[in-house]
Design a protein. Sequence first.
Length: 152
Amino acid sequence: MAKSKQTFNKKEREKKRRKKKLDKLERREMRKVEKAERGKLTFEEQLSYVDENGNLSSTPPDPTKKRKIKVEDIVLGVPPKEESIFGTTRNGQVKFFNDDKGYGFIVDNETKESIFVHINELVDRITEKDKVEFEIEMGPKGPTAVKVKLLS
């Protein structure tokens, strides 16, 4: 009696190929069913709405949350330049300054905020509680005082 010409490995590959083909047919049938169900949706069920935050939702937006916008408030083009704290001369008092480390902080008289100052930006030598005049520029970590002069 002759041996079968199919080896175990060939049989396994054939099984995998048939299973893959069956899975593919099942997925195709599932897609057909899902497509038919989607086609049965009413027009209202297919609509999407945009809520007051700009997100898509299935429910219509609440008219009480609607905001009124005046036509005069809409700015087309470049907005007008706002007054900036940068570049103007300001006055303040030295809150802390360390000569060894080379930095400190100045409290602005107008805004009462603390502004960083580096020793390289000093015109005159300063110590704590000195009254100073300075300009503000944007540094890598926030506003910094530059052109710091001691007031007499």
